[in-house]
Design a protein around this ligand. Sequence first.
Ligand code: SAM
Length: 238
Amino acid sequence: MRFDVITLFEPMFAAVTENGITSRAMQRGLWSLYTWNPREETEDNHRTVDDRPFGGGPGMVMMADPLARTVRRIRRSGNVGRVVSFAPNGTRLTDETVRRWVAEDRDMVLICGRYEGIDQRFLDNYVDETVSIGDFVLSGGELAAMVLIDAVVRQLPGAIKELSTLDESFSTGLLDAPHYTRPEVWEGQAVPEVLLSGHHANIAKWTREQALELTLRTRADLIEKAKASGKLSETDRL
Ligand code: SAM
């Protein structure tokens, strides 16, 4: 899968290209990333990409033209995939959307806003979807773009062991159960005994009960969704 990112801060993307799972997946050829600075598509001496908002108000707005030119250049270079921008007013990114995008296997062009945001005319004419990563305001779209990239890339076949993504939060309909590792006793607290028993059925039952309890306590909305989508079984006791 190919990602082309339009950003004023290209070096930030080393976070996903040079670290961990996403970096290894890139080395294996599962995905590629190209960054594009819209300043390259300006013609004035100052390489201006922003201007004051019509109607007044604080802050600056990203101009439509340098962004549109950059998208057209990306198109010419071969990425004809989905164009996504980021904003608090976008559709909330979910595990469901991420899995759908992975299944569709389309390249993506990601537009990172800065300042007060992007001229609406660019968004109306060049962007397929606007994504929010939560109800808070970031300084720019770069971290949101990297959240999207990380969430998608780790689901690409071969990025991590398939089992890891099958039993993690949301894919089961629930949140993940707690995890423990050595030592067996740490600061006076022992690991739950069942996990040391080697009894696979009992461990699976305990894990499911923990996931149910945790989800019910912190995200009861997910329980309703899991019921509706048939992800809760007869043996699940709430
Ligand atoms: N004026 C905007 C508002 O009040 O909604 C906030 C603009 S914010 C300072 C600058 C950029 O950060 C946005 O254009 C967007 O790309 C990004 N951004 C901020 N919060 C975000 C969020 N919750 N999800 C996704 N992107 C976000």
